[in-house]
Ligand binder design. Structure first.
Ligand code: PLP
Length: 382
């Protein structure tokens, strides 16, 4: 029978596409829902990209340009304390492809993969589309949205192949401590599991927090696939570039999966990424300063409005508890905000069922718009 596959029909219904449609069709909505920087790619990178575009018309090796993999290795050593060789790097079309390629290479049909809930909304469909079984571990507000290692340990069984972790985290903005990462590392070793460590927001970090890569911990090299992105650090979402640091035995199989997913990552983006890694941190610091200012303002105001919000320490999201201000479900509350207050936010359930009772605010939006949006929300709540 012709028609849509059962696999596709089985995927959860996300509201984000509908949200994006309404935002384009209805004028005057302020969006606090963005999942990408509001900044443009730094000018030196754009200028460089324009100057080399004529050299970028061909595929590259699937694994990525050698000069880029060499530059990535230097960055990993300097910033993530990960010693990798260019053979262990696979450049991908965004870290989204990295998630897929990692799953396709390490899991079998019906393999279980543990995912954070609430967690980045692409994990669950990526596992289902690769015929695996997503199993949620809970991130609870009372634990500051940190995973509970005892729960992870209990959930890991014979069919479990991997644990996905994400710090700094989307949607909660929380950052995992060394102790927590060490506990998760112990579980992976004991139960012989892979860890996919999604570090897309590694550079967006506030206060005295430090980003720590689980792949840098002793003895973890063969267990961890570390996933990185140029999207958030360099505001290069549209250039679609990420990379994976893989255990030695996985390089060839991941390159194979990646080849049949995309043949190669975009050529011009790879040359721009080499340039990006040679720049000083000035551009990143400038963005982080702006995010930080917005973060402080947003979180203070939300708490004043009784939308209880733990202080996020990374990424550009605040995850707010709505239970003090409404009896509505997250979806209905965010629809009310959209239609009556004309402010777009993302219902917590978009990130899994344990996101019920929460909404996600993004502060990848100019401060004056955040202020205006919060005034509207305050009026709506009154
Ligand atoms: C946690 C997380 N991982 C991965 C991605 C994918 O990013 P990209 O494919 O642009 O690298 C996103 C995008 O929002 C994200 O929030």
């Amino acid at each position: 029978m012709r028609g849509v596959s059962e696999r596709e029909k089985h995927l959860p219904n996300f509201t984000l596409p509908e949200l994006l449609r309404i935002m384009h069709e209805v004028k005057g909505i302020i969006s606090l829902s963005a999942g990408e920087p509001d900044f443009s790619t730094p000018k030196p990178l754009l200028r460089y990209g324009a100057s080399i575009i004529h050299k970028s018309t061909h595929y590259t090796p699937t694994q990525g340009l050698k000069e880029l993999r060499e530059a990535i290795c230097k960055k990993l050593k300097r910033e993530n304390k990960i010693n990798a060789s260019p053979e262990n790097i696979v450049v991908t079309t965004g870290s989204q492809e990295a998630i897929f390629a990692s799953l396709l290479t390490t899991t079998d049909p019906k393999s279980q993969v543990l995912i954070p809930n609430p967690g980045y909304l692409a994990y669950l469909p990526a596992i289902e589309l690769s015929d695996g079984k997503p199993v949620s571990y809970k991130l609870e507000e009372k634990n500051n949205f940190q995973p509970n290692p005892d729960e992870i340990k209990k959930l890991a069984n014979r069919k479990t192949k991997a644990i996905i972790i994400n710090s700094p985290s989307n949607p909660t903005g929380q950052v995992y401590s060394r102790k927590l990462l060490e506990d998760i590392a112990d579980i992976a070793r004991e139960k012989n599991l892979y860890i996919f460590s999604d570090e897309a927001y590694e550079k967006l970090i506030y206060d005295d927090e430090k980003h720590l890569s689980i792949g840098s911990l002793n003895g973890m090299k063969n267990y961890v696939l570390s996933l990185y992105s140029f999207s958030k650090s360099y505001a290069m979402c549209g250039f679609r570039l990420g990379y994976i640091v893989v255990p030695k035995n996985l390089s060839e199989p991941i390159i194979e999966s990646s080849h049949f997913l995309t043949i190669s990552p975009p050529h011009v983006s790879q040359l721009m990424a080499v340039k990006a890694l040679s720049l000083s941190d000035r551009h990143i610091k400038k963005m982080v300063r702006a995010y930080n200012k917005r973060r402080k303002y947003l979180v203070k105001k939300l708490n004043e409005m009784n939308l209880i919000t733990r202080e996020p320490k990374g990424a550009f999201y605040a995850f707010s508890n709505i239970k003090n201000v409404t009896k509505k479900k997250s979806y209905d509350f965010s629809q009310g905000l959209l239609k009556k207050a004309r402010v777009a936010v993302v219902p917590g359930t978009e990130f899994g069922k344990y996101g019920e009772g929460y909404i996600r605010f993004s502060y990848a939006t100019k401060l004056f718009l955040i202020k205006k949006a919060l005034e509207r929300i305050e009026r709506y709540l009154r």
